[in-house]
Design a protein around this ligand. Structure first.
Ligand code: IMP
Ligand code: MG
Length: 168
């Protein structure tokens, strides 16, 4: 296992994103939606860097099985708070094919949100396979399977404080 992003680098970047989001959402009714489980720590850290009154919700969905995208998004637990006329910020761990994010954006638009934007910790940015882009990105990374800071492989490694590349 090779460390790709250290806890210090994560924390510095999260603070920068928090400052940008604070300026962007100032004066708007913001609902921050953490996409579980992968964005658990990223979302918790990021939201504490957004210095505005806001509502927090979560949305659990998955499109992966055995470290591969299945192409089908399964909603395991939907959001709980009403989002009509509110500005929704979806917070996710990583954009790979973008399928999960595209489905989540559509889902929240259909609920009548005033706007739906996304912030991801990492973006693998493979234009030919990516369906969605993010409005804010923490790190652009190479196309490797990564774990740690909330990201798993078969539910393992989520509690690593750093982001690491998993050897095959
Ligand atoms: P997408 O729908 O293909 O963009 O995949 C998005 C979801 O798959 C992410 O929110 C992660 O939960 C998971 N995922 C994609 N790539 C990785 C990875 O490298 N490590 C861990 N989880 C990943
Ligand atoms: Mg995810």
């Amino acid at each position: 296992m090779k460390i790709l992003i250290t806890p210090e680098e994560i924390s510095k970047r999260v603070a920068e994103l928090g400052a940008e989001l604070t300026e962007f959402y100032r004066g708007r009714d913001l609902t921050a939606v953490i996409i579980l489980n992968g964005a658990l720590f990223f979302g918790a850290d990021l939201i504490r860097r957004i210095e505005l009154p806001l509502q927090i919700d979560s949305f659990a969905a998955s499109s992966y099985a055995h470290d591969r995208s299945t192409g089908i998004l399964t909603v395991r637990a939907p959001q709980k708070l009403p989002v009509r006329d509110r500005h929704v910020l979806l917070i996710d761990d990583i954009l790979d094919t973008g399928l999960s994010m595209q489905c989540a954006v559509t889902h929240f638009r259909e609920l009548g949100a005033a706007s739906v934007r996304s912030c991801v910790l990492m973006n693998k940015h493979i234009p030919e396979k990516c369906l969605a882009s993010a409005d804010w990105t923490g790190f652009h990374i190479p196309d490797h399977y990564v774990v740690g800071y909330g990201l798993d492989s078969e539910e393992r490694y989520r509690n690593l404080p750093a982001i690491a590349v998993l050897d095959d």
